[in-house]
Design a protein around this ligand. Structure first.
Ligand code: GTR
Length: 396
């Protein structure tokens, strides 16, 4: 039968937050937009038809959800700040790279931290964390260690452990888009309902890391994973959608506006998120508050934008706010896009997997683990298991 929300937890949350739906039986009936039907009614039959449909879906997300992002600025430059070949007791080489977008003194700078495994014979595959928690979680001195970014473990498993702090690109507050990268690259008065929000700005930052990685001989740029937790997970999915150089995207408990289906209106909804975080999405997304059925898309299409590349969606059983079932259903509903490439996607029988039982499918993976809203070592290990399979580190 698979995972089901704990009844007591449903009762507790429902009484604490009476305006929020945590009951499966109150999920409205809905119909998801068809992945394989183009706007003009034509059906997508093969992998050859996919690029046009994919572009259409991408444009829908730019127009209605995350907003349109600009290209990298012409003056972008990479500065090597530090290289320490004896980091982590000799297991890794620490590289600190600053990505500059302008020569203006107060312009934002993306401070990329990388630990490259020393034990390797070829360029290494990489995991990039978009860090939405305090910078101490990505401490390059390793005096502070946190499961949110278990850099030693990532290196041990043969991956470059890389991270940047989202606030380097755009502060996580509603400032009218005058600060951060928005302030540098556009005039606030030129903004439209589809101008990029803060999540899109952070995803844009991840793409700039890819711009750097294609120049770095230590990194195998065909095997790079973008990952994030919660708001960082929403961002990682959008980064993987916008930049197909990422071979895999990971969403950890991203919930509303990430992996969870909006039409389910379970846990956090569009009205709630757009009110609390008005800067995250483009302003047109706010038009759908309480009108989810009017959206020309839903989040399964975001997962589908990864096809045929790999994607991992993970949930936590205490985190009903992020709607674990809605996240699973989006992952599963992406299957037709994978089928175009003769991939099975999640490839299950339709039921959710049991608790703590990762479903590593063909291109798409999902798990719901016990515990609360955080990025845990368990999550990281599962994500790396999938990357091992998909990025061909080990024979399957
Ligand atoms: C909450 C928000 C969620 C999630 C979370 C987080 O305030 O409602 O969508 O993103 O923050 O990032 O931890």
């Amino acid at each position: 039968m698979g995972w089901q929300a704990n009844k007591e937890l449903v009762e507790t949350l429902s009484s604490k937050q009476p305006g929020v739906n945590y009951r499966e039986e109150r999920v409205p009936n809905y119909v998801l937009p068809d992945i394989l039907s183009c706007a003009d009614g034509r059906a997508v039959h093969s992998a050859a038809d996919w690029p046009a449909r994919r572009q259409e879906i991408l444009e829908l997300f730019r127009e209605h959800v995350y907003g349109r992002s600009p290209a990298a600025p012409a003056g972008m430059r990479f500065e090597t700040v530090e290289i320490d070949p004896k980091a982590m007791n000799g297991a890794a080489t620490l590289k600190r790279i600053n990505i500059h977008f302008s020569e203006q003194a107060d312009a934002p700078v993306l401070r990329l931290v990388m630990f490259v495994p020393n034990q390797r014979t070829a360029p290494a595959p990489a995991f990039l964390l978009i860090c939405n928690r305090g910078v101490e979680n990505i401490d390059y001195t390793r005096k502070i260690k946190s499961d949110f970014w278990p850099a030693e473990r990532i290196v041990e498993r043969g991956y470059v452990a890389a991270a940047f702090f989202n606030g380097d690109i755009d502060p996580d507050k509603h400032d009218g888009f005058v600060n951060g990268i928005h302030g540098l690259l556009e005039r606030p008065e030129a903004r439209t309902p589809s101008s990029w929000g803060t999540l899109a700005a952070w995803a844009w930052g991840a793409a700039r890391v890819m711009d750097y990685w294609v120049t770095d001989p230590d990194v195998d740029d065909t095997r790079c994973v973008v990952t994030g937790h919660s708001r960082g997970g929403k961002t990682a999915l959008w980064a993987g959608a916008e930049d197909t150089r990422f071979a895999m995207a990971v969403s950890n408990e991203s919930g509303c506006g990430g992996a969870a289906l909006s039409r389910r209106c379970y846990g956090e909804t569009l009205s709630i998120i757009n009110k609390a975080m008005p800067h995250w999405f483009c302003s047109r997304f706010h038009d759908y508050n309480g009108r989810e059925e009017a959206l020309p898309l839903d989040q399964h299409l975001l997962v589908a934008l990864m096809a045929p590349r790999a994607v991992y969606i993970s949930s936590a059983d205490q985190d009903l706010w992020a709607d674990p079932r809605g996240e699973f259903l989006a992952a599963q509903a992406a299957t037709p896009a994978y089928a175009l490439f003769a991939r099975k996607g999640l490839g299950n029988d339709g039921a959710m997997p049991d608790l703590n039982t990762p479903l590593l499918g063909d291109g798409v993976a999902y798990h719901v683990r016990e515990g609360s809203h955080t990025y845990s070592l368990y999550d990281w290990d599962c994500h790396m298991d999938m990357a091992d399979r998909e990025l061909k580190l080990k024979p399957s």
